[in-house]
Design a binder for this molecule. Sequence first.
Ligand SMILES: [Zn+2]
Ligand SMILES: [Zn+2]
Length: 223
Amino acid sequence: MSADSGNGSRHRHKLTDAGFVLDVRSLGRAPGSIKEFHRIVTPAEKIGLDLIAIPAGAEVELDLTLQSVSEGVLVTGTVSAPVEGECSRCLESFTDDIELHLTELFAYPNSATDQTTEDDEIPRLVDDFIDLEPVIVDSVGMELPLQPLCEPDCAGLCPECGVKMAIAGSGHGHEILDPRWAGLAKFNAESPDSAAFDDAVSDPSTDSTLAGHNGAASKTEES
Ligand SMILES: [Zn+2]
Ligand SMILES: [Zn+2]
C-alpha cells in the first residue's frame, strides 16, 4: 500500500534510489540499526523562494544518519548547498550557503504513527523508499529569509537617485555637491561666467594643465 495523498500528490514519480529518494531496505527493520548516508544531489529545479534559492543544478550535499526505530526510519543530519539571492535592499545578486539540520521520522505503513497521524505531518516510507525532497523543500523554504540581504548591514539604494550606497560611498548626498558632479559641471561649463567657479575650485599648481585639457575638450566638442 502506498501513500495516495499529501506528499504523494506534490511530486509523484516512480521511486528509484536516486536524487532525494533513498532505498532503505538495506537498513533492515531491527530497531537501533544505523546507516550513514552520503550523497550529492543536483536538483533539476531550483529549491527555495523567489528572491533566494538553491539554483537548479547546484550540488546539494546530504550527510545523514538513517536509524531504524520501532515506528519507522529516523533521518538526522545535515543538508548543505549554495544559494543564489537578490538583495531586497540594493537588488544586487549575491551567493551564500545554506545548511539545514534535519530530524525527520518516516513512518512505516501500518505503524501506530501511520494510523494516528496524517502523512503531511509525518512522512511515510513508500515501498521501502523515503523521499526527502518534500522535507528538504519545506525546510529550505523555512530557513531562507523572505527579505534576503547581500550583507547584514547593506545600505541599500540612495532614495534620491537610486545609486547603490555601497558604491556611492558614505559622502553621497544631494545637499552637498558631489565632487563627481562638480567635475561634470566644470566640463560642461562653456560660458565665461564659469571661469570664476573654475578658479575657485582648481588647485593653482595644476590650473594650467586643467585649462589645457578643458580647451582641448571644448575644441573637439565644437568641431
Ligand atoms: Zn544589498
Ligand atoms: Zn543619490
